[in-house]
Ligand binder design. Structure first.
Ligand code: SAM
Length: 222
């Protein structure tokens, strides 16, 4: 890419950050991360001109790279601290994982569609993002890597999967338990929900805004 193109994308990225700020995103770490991740690298060249619009874009296989505002809301609610272990369900394009990496998190990500997994794993690596990826059903979580400080689900869930709740870290002393940010609801509309583990079998949840995500897939798709 020419220097000129780099500069053009940087200018658009800065405008996107301003737009997200105007739309109410206040976490400076989130805004700085979005200001650094080259979103155009995560979409097909045909969508480069739209990569820094605040819109979801197709990534093939009826899937999407989430709208930047949604990525920002989820990242802000999760608020990962440096070196925290975060599990993402739905790697998709890899963009959300890259934003979490930029925030200093140790990211684990599961994708259910083979073609997306095969494309995104090398892409993240080539861009220098160290994400531990797995091809599989995220509804099962990642038992061997658990517990997690945070879990982010980037597809719509009918309900909060119990297996994922059990993979959140327990509270310890002054440190509160692991948290999960997940859009919950029927196909048409989901409520962004933040769940925090407060004890072995107790969780507290807070409902945020309403969104519309592509649905979480069951174990029938390959
Ligand atoms: N985080 C993605 C990004 O930044 O591009 C957004 C991805 S898209 C909105 C949702 C993704 O979840 C799709 O790639 C889809 O294949 C994946 N997905 C759906 N059900 C899944 C499941 N059960 N386990 C893992 N991934 C799943």
């Amino acid at each position: 890419m020419s220097m000129n193109e780099d500069w053009k994308f940087e200018r658009r990225r800065n405008r996107l950050v301003d737009e997200l700020r105007e739309k109410g995103i206040v976490n400076e770490k989130v805004l700085a991360a979005i200001g650094r991740v080259p979103r155009h690298e995560f979409v097909d060249q045909a969508f480069h001109a739209r990569a820094y619009n605040d819109e979801a874009l197709p990534i093939g296989l009826k899937q999407t790279i989430s709208q930047p505002f949604t990525v920002a809301i989820q990242s802000q609610a999760l608020a990962p601290l440096r070196d925290e272990r975060i599990l993402e369900i739905g790697t998709g394009s890899g963009y959300q994982a890259a934003v979490l990496c930029e925030m200093g998190a140790r990211v684990f990500s599961i994708e259910r569609m083979r073609a997306l997994y095969d494309r995104t794993k090398p892409l993240l690596k080539s861009l220098g993002y160290r994400v531990t990826t797995m091809f599989g059903d995220g509804m099962e979580g990642w038992g061997s890597m658990a517990p997690f400080d945070g879990i982010i689900v980037t597809a719509g869930a009918q309900e909060v999967p119990e297996v994922l709740l059990q993979q959140l870290r327990l509270p310890e002393g002054m440190k509160s338990g692991g948290r999960m940010i997940i859009p919950v609801g029927p196909r048409e509309e989901q409520v962004m929900t933040l769940v925090v583990r407060t004890d072995v079998n107790s969780f507290e949840s807070v409902e945020l805004e309403t969104f519309r995500f592509v649905p979480l897939l069951g174990n029938t798709v390959g």
